[in-house]
Design a protein. Structure first.
Length: 708
């Protein structure tokens, strides 16, 4: 596209309105002397497309969001990459068709390519692609499909694929997508499965499990009964959905450990059938009685009792809203959400044991409106200072809200802080969805009419039902043998002049998808591959060849826990024995250890510590691991506030609870951002070296050949 003309500025921004580095795709936004004030008589569209961004040191700058995607090259030339509104979702995965087009067009013998969505009953079920030959005879569709399957996950490989001489156009010279779909379908034939799918009337356990597989994977075709769910294209998040679906269909909750140990239809059906006679139902306290907490919650309560002023267990969420924000409606919506979710207004105390109490009317949740701030940076300082005050969980003050207007008059910062005892990363989506629905209702002076969430007693009982009790003795023996004697991580002493913020880097969408394809080729998940690569990076920089990495895992495999607001997590400690040679060659061998630890995750982490921690250890360090690794399951949740455009501001990188932490956040465009945080005693140079090696190893894994 070239360079901006005089008196015009062009920005390429990510989903958080930050400038993208050269080579990274984002939304093309324009500013300058010719910028309009907005859309005539259309305030909603104006709020959506016209907004202010921070361009320090120049201050706020009003821009227009074009909806086009592109990137700047290193020489400052702008390159067009399609429309943002072309993005589609397949089986919950956000897809940019332009990325697939670029992959196909880059293959030898292929000229141009067009990818369009395949729709069934209003939903995108896959992709269709047409391509022209570069010269000579066209490349066979099977050759193109095999090349894509070697580097991309199954949901990115077009279901219909055909070579064409030209692309059909409309009278106006634009692509005729209907004619293109008809042409591709005619050349590829009907998309019929090689074997019949699960029968709708099959009520057997095997049939019900097969149905759950097909629903989760988004295929109506046959599901091989002896193929791994992960080799079929499922990821960690899909695994949680699968367990919930199987539990709802069969009435038998399926723990994550069971799915990891036996990820096929046949193995899961056999496990469920063997448990058919187990009618044990977890005891549920009567209404008003104390609710015993989960093991992870116990730890948060102990920490709060030891130091009521400690804020390390706070979870912070901040959004920026542009447009016609109404504070009154937001305060009312917060109060609605507070009343709906018992986890948010319960009192967390010791009553002979750690419990949650619902013994009175909820303590009102404070929503503080702060004074206007000059710009976003000043507003963040003010709002974070307000959110940093301790929460009194014994009194039911488990969260707090603050709103700060910016001087522009059209932008606000909306901040929430929630105590981890009542909240986790999996709670963000249901909380944001409820807050959005309640805000829309209160704008119209109505109470929200959304269905009530499960009661806290049901959520806690559902969490306890996610345990494979028959395997606990075997799992305890595993942890005792696996973690006894694990050495602490070697971290150099702090150096003078170290800067506290940790480094970040971005994984492009194509590489993030390629990592998933590589994981599926190994019958594993992207989480496991990314974790193993991180272990290799740590080993290469620290020199350790035997180390432990902790990872928080969501415990949302039961119908009552899937969409609950609450603390439904635990930690798994992975003992890794990487090569440390600066390559990813040993990553496949490390995956077996990752899978073994995941299959033993039913033993609570607090019990694992008692089983394996060295009594003579250094009490100033974590008893088992000094570094934490986390992959978030979805991009940061956006609030859908009527009349406003919102964007998630982003997590803080200066709140590390461990000596070194790595957090991977998927992004809306299909890529991911990697954030590294560390405590003051960990040298920033050490962290930067780990980040550099980790980034290189991920690129190596994403760009390699077909896994063998």
């Amino acid at each position: 596209m070239g360079r901006p003309v005089a008196r015009t500025e062009v920005f390429v921004l990510d989903e958080r309105s930050r400038p993208c580095p050269p080579g990274t795709t984002g939304e093309i936004c324009v500013a300058g002397a010719g910028l309009a004030n907005g859309y005539l008589a259309d305030p909603a569209q104006t709020a959506k497309s016209f907004t202010d961004i921070e361009t320090a040191p120049d201050g706020p700058r009003r821009i227009y969001r074009t909806g086009d995607l592109g990137h700047f090259s290193a020489d400052g030339v702008l390159h067009y990459a399609g429309r943002a509104d072309r993005q589609v979702k397949v089986r919950g995965h956000r897809i940019e068709p332009g990325e697939v087009e670029a992959r196909i067009a880059a293959l030898p013998g292929v000229g141009r390519c067009v990818v369009v969505p395949l729709m069934e009953r209003g939903a995108c079920v896959g992709l269709a692609a047409a391509y022209t030959p570069a010269a000579g005879a066209p490349v066979p569709a099977d050759t193109v499909r095999d090349a894509l399957a070697a580097r991309l996950p199954e949901y990115l490989v077009p279901r219909a694929l055909a070579a064409v001489d030209t692309f059909p156009l409309t009278r106006n010279g634009k692509l005729d997508t209907d004619a293109l779909l008809e042409l591709v379908t005619r050349r590829t034939g009907p998309d019929t499965p090689t074997a019949p799918g699960p029968r709708p009337d099959d009520a057997s356990v095997t049939g019900q499990v097969a149905h759950a597989f097909a629903e989760t994977l988004g295929t109506g075709g046959a599901v091989p009964h002896d193929a791994s769910f992960f080799a079929l294209g499922g990821d960690s998040l899909d695994g949680a959905r699968l367990c919930v679906r199987i539990g709802a269909r069969t009435g038998v909750p399926v723990p994550a450990s069971v799915l990891i140990a036996g990820p096929t239809v046949r193995e899961l059906a056999h496990w469920i059938e063997a448990r058919a006679g187990d009618t044990e139902d977890p005891d549920r306290p009567a209404p008003g009685e104390p609710l015993p907490l989960l093991p992870a919650q116990n730890g948060f309560l102990y920490a709060q009792q030891l130091d009521p002023t400690d804020t390390s267990s706070h979870c912070e969420l901040i959004w920026r809203a542009s447009g016609d924000f109404v504070p009154r409606a937001f305060r009312a919506a917060v109060a609605d959400v507070h009343r709906r979710h018992q986890a948010l207004h319960a009192r967390y105390v010791f009553d002979r044991r750690p419990v949650a109490l619902l013994d009175g009317p909820p303590t009102p949740v404070p929503t503080i409106q702060l004074a206007p701030a000059a710009d976003q940076e000043a507003g963040l300082l003010t709002i974070r200072r307000e959110l940093a005050r301790p929460l009194d969980i014994a009194a039911g003050e488990n969260w707090r809200c603050a709103v700060a207007p910016l001087a522009s008059g059209r932008e606000w910062l909306l901040g929430l802080v929630l105590h981890h005892i009542a909240f986790d990363g999996g709670s963000v989506r249901p909380l944001a969805d409820d807050l959005s629905a309640a805000y829309a209702a209160r704008l119209r002076h109505r109470a929200p009419d959304t269905a009530p969430p499960p009661a806290l007693a049901a959520v806690l009982a559902g969490a306890r039902a996610q345990v494979n009790g028959a395997a606990l003795a075997e799992q305890r023996a595993f942890w005792r043998a696996e973690l006894t004697g694990v050495p602490p991580l070697t971290v150099p002493g702090p150096a003078a002049g170290d800067a506290p913020p940790g480094p970040t880097f971005r994984i492009p969408a194509a590489d993030w998808a390629a990592l998933e394809a590589r994981a599926h080729g190994w019958g594993s998940t992207r989480f496991a591959v990314a974790l193993a690569a991180y272990a290799e990076a740590l080993a290469a920089v620290s020199g350790d060849r035997d180390l432990a990495i902790g990872a928080p895992l969501a415990k949302r495999y039961h119908p009552d826990t899937a969409d609950a607001v609450g603390c439904l997590i635990d930690v798994v400690c992975f003992r890794m024995r990487p090569a440390g040679d600066g390559t990813a060659d040993r990553v496949p061998a490390l995956l077996a250890g990752v899978h073994a630890a995941l299959a033993a995750q039913d033993v609570p982490f607090e019990e694992v510590v008692r089983l394996a921690a060295d009594p003579a250890r250094d009490r100033s360090r974590h008893p088992l691991f000094q570094t934490l690794f986390a992959v978030q399951s979805a991009p940061p949740q956006h609030l859908a506030l009527d009349g406003c455009r919102t964007a998630f501001v982003g997590p803080r990188s200066d709140r590390a609870l461990h000596e070194l932490e790595v957090e991977v956040w998927p992004e809306d465009d299909g890529g991911a951002e990697v954030l590294l945080g560390h405590q003051p005693g960990t040298p920033a140079r050490f962290v930067a070296e780990v980040a550099a090696v980790y980034r290189r190893l991920l690129r190596e894994l994403a760009g390699g050949a077909d896994p063998t």
